[in-house]
Design a protein around this ligand. Sequence first.
Ligand SMILES: Nc1ncnc2c1ncn2[C@@H]1O[C@H](COP(=O)(O)OP(=O)(O)OP(=O)(O)O)[C@@H](O)[C@H]1O
Ligand SMILES: [Mg+2]
Length: 595
Amino acid sequence: MMSKDITYLGKVINVNSGNVEVEIAKEIPSAAPIIEGRLYRIGQIGTFVKFPIGSLTLYGLVSSVSNTPSNIEVLPNEPNYGSRFLQVQLIGEKLGNEKFEKGVGTFPTINDQVHLVTEEDLKLIYGGKSEGFIEIGKHSSSDNLSVYVDTHNLILRHSAVLGSTGSGKSNTVAYIIKRVLNDYKGSRLVLIDTHGEYSSAFKGAAQVFRINDKKSPLNIPFWTMTFDELSFFLVGRKEGQEKPEDKQLRAKIIELKRLNASKLKSGKVDLDYITADSPIPFDIKKLWFDFDRELNATYNHASDHTKANEMLLDKGDASQLKPAKFEPHSPNNTAPYKSKKQTMYPYIGKIYSRLKDSRYGFMFNPTDYYDSSSPNDIDHLLRSWVENENRLTILDLKGIPFELIDISVGLISRFLYDSMYWGRFEEYTGRNRPLLMVYEEAHSYLPRTERSAHVYGYARKAVEKIFKEGRKFGIGAMVITQRPSEISETILAQVGTFVALRLTNSGDKGTVQSSAPNNMNSLIELLPSLRIGEAIVVGEAINIPSRVRVKLVEPRPSSNDPEVVKSWKKEFKPSKENYKQVVTAIREQKPINKK
Ligand SMILES: Nc1ncnc2c1ncn2[C@@H]1O[C@H](COP(=O)(O)OP(=O)(O)OP(=O)(O)O)[C@@H](O)[C@H]1O
Ligand SMILES: [Mg+2]
């Protein structure tokens, strides 16, 4: 019996768990039917078909097309059927007028009818614009069919935007952020922008912090580091190592932190709780100064090394990193006698050179949070990041020395995670006001293995924690990368939603294939052939795996390619003035001021 229905395709000939084989009828009403003015192509990989079974409709995705059925041997002289057999993966079902649900409870049986899925059907599946959804783009097959993603799952179940370089990742991210900011007045996002490309897309709509910026400098105070982090950074100490100088360093840090415990602007901290890891400000210049003094002091008495017997020449100035000066000790056993405290000898020069290096200023120079002249504690920093009017904060890491990206992202992420964790029940944060962290160029600091000389896993540890536990405290994350195969596996395993743009490297494609939800292989196979700005969206935030076109946002992230031909066609005149400002910019690590 043949249906006269224009959407009729054929019938089921084989069912194998979630896979269904369909034979297209020899006399379908049309090979390329036009329904409500739209042309449909039958048997395209990645398109949908449906199986009406009474009031239940099953939906499936065409995963392969063949001219022979899978389980029958075709004799050489048999007529060619054309592309008449479709392999279909079942993806969901819909009962009557109820909502589309992922997964199937019922399977079709042999000879059940198979129909084309029309735009009207898809509209029912994607649903209209409603409070819980944001538009991510248009369906690839139709300019007027919006595709919506579930906001809750997109944010708190985490997501990844993947694609080869130039495939449109940054544009997609900017688009999603714009939708979120537009649709949710209480939303808030922190974007880790390694190349400083996003502020141009959010002019006036984002709070941007940059290294060395006069108006809104990016500061990451060194004292938010744990003892392991700080001692590794200052003197290269390895975790677990506990030499006498390490013990002394630890004791000194605790001592200095305790000094400030009662002066903290956001409230005093009980001394009993202070460890070398507590994020409490302390005077690191004084730490260096005191160690240096103890090491270099000389005395006019052989054994009584008290202050009264010091042979001081100049008392120095800790805040200027000017050491105290003493009479040089005598080489013989006569006055001036050398200090007996030499434990810190291996560390003192290293600490000094760190404090002197201006590239680390964003860690060491932030106004002293405990100093009486400064009104602020780190709550001020936190508010400026996650409680500003723009709701989008861009932390522009462009000026950060390459070797500090890892620790910087690590500190930012841990600090924000901690604030969400400890504040989880406060009405203005935590579970009551979730936060989305967005990580650009994630492969460079969230690697699978610590291969690079400058990546020690600080960022990875902190971001993995967000991916594993963040959901419960209202912190979600989105990673963006061109090299999914180089990203931490723990992170990939926790990604709920993949937005995969064109991806040509087969290793990377393989990674997406193995991380994405089961039986999406046929869609993932399409990755190398996608157009710019076109993405496969699969996972928890989307009802039905979809091929989507993302609109080009205006204004754009500043990642446009230069126009080679246009600029090489132009003739350039050499000038003695050229490159002077460029060199200054390299020296200051600061963009050239345009007049
Ligand atoms: N949806 C789109 N429609 C049309 N053109 C687009 C779209 N998305 C991006 N493009 C074009 O492609 C260029 C590169 O896009 P984009 O910077 O978003 O890519 P990317 O994947 O982030 O690249 P990279 O890996 O270098 O960061 C853009 O400058 C824009 O010209
Ligand atoms: Mg980009």
